[in-house]
Design a protein around this ligand. Structure first.
Ligand SMILES: [Fe+2]
Length: 292
């Protein structure tokens, strides 16, 4: 593996990613505030006619509406809940990224979206087990966004996967992130962090993205949240989803027990619940809610 791709080339690719609409950025900001209400979310969406139309279209799709016609945004939001709304907004804003083919991971189109959805559900379920309070909504959003760097790095990893997988399996690197770093000078967490800054996402989301594989490198105050998303990522891989070559080639940091009080039984139950919830959501979305 020779490093012929420079950090600057990758950063330039990040800068070319379209910005998320103001309303999307604002929604993420508000959703991460502990004292926000559903009315705050509705008020932001109402200011964006295109987004309001898109949400109503998804909610009124045959599988989701179940025969009811929902003409009001207030009703749509209260019916499906904030998580679903946020996911619809993000799937719209970052459609290109979520639907990247991930050729550089030997994964297929849609794998990133499915893996991130599972992680988001898992993160929300794990949040109450943190030893310090963790906002479940922030955990959900962090789970949804944590791996977006893969959509960008994938392009630069094409043709290198076999050598990378072999190197990780041989023990040359402790995990797949190390192989990414060696191959192109940055790993997907760092690239995701650059993307989060490009999008001006509010903290702690950029930190969640940056440290999701190595939570101990993040600020002490953020570690409960970082470990929640770290565990959610691993658990969602255990439920059978993944993004190809790197699946199960990342280590669980055993220090999680200092930050999250999760027994083996809890993990087994959460895996089961995530799988059920994910399947229910996907069948209700029936393709309509996946990124365009
Ligand atoms: Fe990751």
């Amino acid at each position: 593996m020779t490093t012929t791709i420079t950090r600057d080339e990758i950063i330039a690719a990040v800068k070319k990613v379209p910005l998320i609409p103001t309303s999307g950025a604002r929604l993420l900001q508000v959703a991460n505030q502990t004292d926000h209400s559903l009315a705050d979310i509705i008020a932001i969406i109402k200011c964006d006619a295109a987004l309001t139309g898109y949400i109503l279209k998804i909610i009124n799709s045959p599988a989701m509406s179940r025969g009811r016609e929902i003409a009001s945004l207030d009703r749509a939001v209260s019916l499906v809940g904030e998580d679903m709304i946020l996911s619809i907004v993000l799937s719209d804003a970052a459609a290109q990224l979520f639907q990247a083919d991930l050729a550089g991971y030997a994964a297929t189109q849609g794998d990133l979206w499915r893996q991130d959805w599972r992680s988001a559900i898992a993160a929300k379920k794990i949040a109450p087990y943190a030893k310090q309070p963790v906002n479940p909504d922030t955990a959900f959003t962090g789970g949804l966004l944590h791996d977006l760097g893969k959509a960008i790095i994938s392009h630069f990893l094409k043709g290198k996967i076999d050598a990378m997988v072999a190197a990780v399996d041989r023990g040359d690197f402790t995990d797949y992130s190390g192989a990414e770093q060696k191959a192109v000078g940055l790993n997907h967490s760092e690239i995701g962090y650059e993307l989060a800054k490009h999008w001006q996402l509010p903290e702690p989301l950029p930190s969640v993205i940056r440290y999701h594989h190595h939570p101990l490198e993040g600020a002490e105050a953020l570690r409960p949240l970082l470990f929640v998303v770290h565990l959610a990522d691993i658990i969602s891989m255990m439920t059978g989803s993944g993004t190809g070559a790197d699946t199960m080639r990342h280590q669980i940091d055993p220090a999680y027990t200092d930050y999250v009080d999760l027994s083996r039984d809890d993990i087994a139950r959460i895996i089961f619940e995530v799988d059920n919830e994910f399947n229910t959501i996907m069948s209700s979305l029936s393709g309509e809610g996946e990124p365009k």
